[in-house]
Design a protein around this ligand. Structure first.
Ligand code: TPW
Ligand code: MG
Length: 543
């Protein structure tokens, strides 16, 4: 066994199912080890942001490890934004960067791909990863790799591994698997006791589910806890799609002023809001009608539990949920009367021009007829439209909110799981990374891609309508599909959209690109409510 195969076996043992990458001379030797060993499949894409987004999506969807392998400098630094998004949204991604070997570091030349110093890249990745290592000593590599991969999973954050190219074939012992982090059982019991007491005395208890319950693979346990405690469940905007396949009393997604008023009032009016794995961010809470009283809330996030004015440190989320399941039978909450959210169905096949809500209806109708598809959304009005699609798996950078995520993330999902995604992406975001679709033909991927083409950076226009730089030209994306190995449809009416979707779902083996022409200024209902709500809150606060 050498250092590369020891690393690859360890990645697989820790839940990785694929490596996404783009090679360069500093990482070519490692790619050769990857290809020759076949321990994990390698999928290469055309631009490192896409590599990062694909690795991110594979981790999110399978709640395993995502792996991105790139060259030093130009490659790794090209991927900083994608890794930052994974850090912000708590995705366990492993970044492997090739690097100069020991001798070339000492030869006195400035090396190609080097910036300020040969250690600058490590310094940059320290800011967007939870652990880092340079594998320059094969004797120490097994315990270093074990530590870094263990932290990646325990903290559900990206880690950075720098692999000098003269080390890839160095003989190396296998990597041990470290025990999962421990915790103090007494502290856990004290936390569970206090938490259950709060729920038992509450009149309007509520469970708000956040992304950590997917990251730590405990959706079923959380659904069981909600049933045991008779707690109604909503998800945060980032948690959209959670519990889609679990049996839980799920009401829908909390969107503050932009969402279902009944859900908004239930969450904001709760006197015991149990937030499991919820990131307290502006996108999750920035449009709250009424500020949530955090003193009455219970927040379990980042391995600790905050209640009222005190914190229980080192309480892993799964340990907390297991503790509550063990003792939860002692209380039966009396939840407020709540009804489940409704979703739009029944698109009429007529000649009316398209609006984003028509796409939500068409996808809901399709899933009603043919079963659910995982949805991957970019950032733009397509993301707000995704919130009107019935509750199914949804991958989207809803908090970090980077564009360019949709197409490569959809490819990462299909590569990792074999499932066919529906990808929602605006024309602006498609201009960034939509071209990764050209890689489908090599791997047989066949996502269904719906481009919301309003020839505009429309979300920006809603906040600054006077700026003409938001006007984009019409790129005719559908015409480019066939030369790239796919099928393209350009649609402007509801009837054309339905016909294109019916045809696309029948076509397998090639990507299907539906270019939905939407008039500028026509927004989804949710984005309209979001913009109106933000304006109202800003007017109220005098911002
Ligand atoms: C990597 C990055 N750079 C800029 C921005 C800032 C932005 C947020 S929304 C938006 C316009 C999106 O246009 P698109 O056509 O895709 O969608 P739509 O608004 O529905 O028309 C921009 C430029 C973000 N979020 N990420
Ligand atoms: Mg647009």
């Amino acid at each position: 066994m050498n250092l590369s195969t020891a690393l690859l076996h360890a990645l697989k043992d820790h839940g990785a199912r694929a490596v996404f990458g783009l090679p360069g001379d500093f990482v070519l030797p490692f790619f050769k080890q990857l290809e020759d060993s076949a321990i994990l499949p390698l999928y290469t894409l055309s631009h490192e942001p896409g590599v990062g987004f694909a690795a991110d999506a594979s981790a999110r969807f399978s709640h395993g490890l995502g792996v991105a392998a790139v060259t030093y400098g130009a490659g790794a630094l090209n991927m900083v934004n994608a890794v930052a998004a994974s850090y912000a949204e708590k995705v366990p991604m492993v970044v492997i960067s090739g690097a100069p070997g020991a001798n070339e570091r000492r030869n006195g030349f400035l090396l190609h791909h080097q910036t300020r110093s040969l250690d600058s890249q490590m310094a940059m990745f320290r800011e967007i990863t939870c652990d880092q290592v340079v594998l320059d000593d094969p004797a120490r590599a097994p315990e270093q790799i074990a530590r870094v991969l263990g932290n990646c999973l325990a903290q559900s954050r990206p880690v950075y591994i720098e692999l000098p190219r003269d080390m890839v074939a160095a003989p190396c012992a296998p990597v041990p698997k470290l025990p999962a982090p421990s915790w103090d059982p007494e502290a856990l019991q004290a936390c569970v006791t206090e938490l259950l007491a709060r729920l038992a005395t509450a009149e309007r208890p509520m469970l708000l589910a956040g992304i950590e319950i997917r990251r730590f693979g405990i959706e079923e346990k959380v659904a069981k806890l909600a049933r045991l405690l008779h707690l109604p469940v909503t998800t945060s905007i980032m948690g959209r799609g959670l519990l889609a396949n679990a049996e839980a009393p799920l009401l829908g997604t909390y969107l503050g002023v932009a969402g279902d008023p009944q859900i908004t009032h239930a969450v904001e009016g709760s006197d015991a809001l149990l937030m499991l794995g919820v990131i307290v961010s502006d996108t999750n809470f920035g449009v709250s009608e009424k500020t949530i009283d955090m003193r009455k809330a219970i927040l379990a996030l980042d391995g600790q539990v905050e209640m009222g004015h005190h914190i229980y440190p080192n309480i892993p989320l799964e340990a907390l949920v297991d503790g509550l399941l063990e003792r939860g039978h002692s209380i039966a909450c009396t939840p407020p009367p709540c009804r489940r959210a409704e979703y739009p169905y029944g698109l009429v096949a007529d000649s009316a021009p398209l609006a984003p809500m028509d796409i939500a209806r068409a996808v809901n109708d399709l899933m009603k007829q043919r079963g659910s598809f995982p949805i991957v959304s970019d950032i733009g009005d397509c993301f707000f439209t995704a919130l009107d699609i019935e509750h199914t798996d949804l991958l989207a950078p809803g908090y970090y909110a980077t564009m360019g995520y949709g197409v490569p993330a959809g490819l990462g999902l299909q590569a990792d799981s074999g499932q066919r995604p529906i990808i929602l992406v605006g024309d602006g975001a498609f201009q960034m990374t939509g071209w990764e679709l050209g890689n489908c033909q090599r791997y047989g991927w066949d996502p269904i891609v719906i481009v919301f083409n309003n020839c505009s950076w429309e979300m920006l226009r809603t906040f600054q309508p006077e700026s003409s730089f938001n006007n984009l030209s019409d790129w005719h994306f559908a015409d480019m599909a066939k030369p790239m190995g796919g099928e393209g449809y350009r649609v402007s009416t509801r009837a054309e959209l339905l016909a294109a979707l019916d045809h696309a779902v029948e076509m397998r083996g090639r990507f299907q690109l539906i270019e939905a022409m939407i008039p500028r200024g026509v927004l989804s209902d949710t984005l309209n409510r979001f913009v109106a709500g933000v304006r109202r809150l800003q007017a109220g606060s005098g911002a």
